[in-house]
Design a binder for this molecule. Sequence first.
Ligand code: ADP
Length: 342
Amino acid sequence: MRKIELKQVTVQFNQKHRQTLAVDDVSLSINQGEIYGIVGLSGAGKSTLVRTMNLLQVPTSGQLLIDGKDVTNVKGQALSQLRKKIGMIFQHFNLIQNKTIGQNILFALEAGDYPKEKRQERIEELLSLVDLADKINDYPRSLSGGQKQRVGIARALANQPEILLCDEATSALDVETTEEIIILLEKINRELGLTIVFITHQMEVAKRLFDRVAVMDQGKIVEENDTFSIFGQPQHPFTQKLVGRHMNLVLPSELFDQFDSGQLLELTYLGEQAIEPLISLISREYPVLMSIIHGKIEYIHGKAIGRLILHIDGEQAVIDEVVRKMATKVDHLRIVERQEAL
Ligand code: ADP
């Protein structure tokens, strides 16, 4: 079932001397219960896009559908109802500093008109869900970043939303705390059936958490696929660059200086296929010199993606033949050009 749909959504900011097309004709649909991520560089328009999903940002044109219903122009009571359905967490947590953790959550319950007599019980229930039951009377300043984000999550869930929007929710956290928050979000997704939309520039988080990924560049979604395919077989040059950087496969230009002949190849193989037999076979069968420059295996949702950078030297006609042969044996083969170097 489609939970959220954007149809040709555009957001344009008009300032005195400048117009910014932050979101440029974006259409996408997000299914009930999935963890959908939007990745891209800073300034790509991710934050603006995710804010159209709870109408914190009204689209300049286009439509927002929630549960199949067009809500683009809802106001007043209907808008409050919509916002109750959609919780949100932020990079810098946005907690009220002079209220205790319990009061922070109470504030959200009051805003959502949660039945008065059940509020205290709900606060305790939410804090135990995020494992912070003992912090109810503490103030935000006494908490670590990860704990603050847990409070942010508890608060976002206060009024039993069906959707959780996460705006760079792990970008201010260290690696271990990020992992903690990822585990918590997975639990919420699984146990409460919440649909999660997460925007981030952190490919590490995308790889770990998302079911599907949309890649955003200059206001547009340039590619969308399941997470394994985005990392394993990126199609758009921008996605290839993002993934390549993440895999640490961007080569320093000095490396190219070392080789005044031959070619650099990037091989991608998906699944548990072993690559060494292919390399030794080629070395035996063809008069070429091959050396492994760099290699890495990543696991996404339990499935392997291997990448290898090879240098191959010899007569050009033989190299061409080897490249053709190898291309039939791996999932993807690419000649790395010098201008791709850092
Ligand atoms: P991201 O979340 O990918 O970093 P943003 O959505 O924050 O990108 O920003 C996209 C573009 O829109 C940027 O050029 C940014 O400067 C601009 N922008 C965002 N919000 C506003 C605003 N309220 N007024 C004017 N320009 C804005």
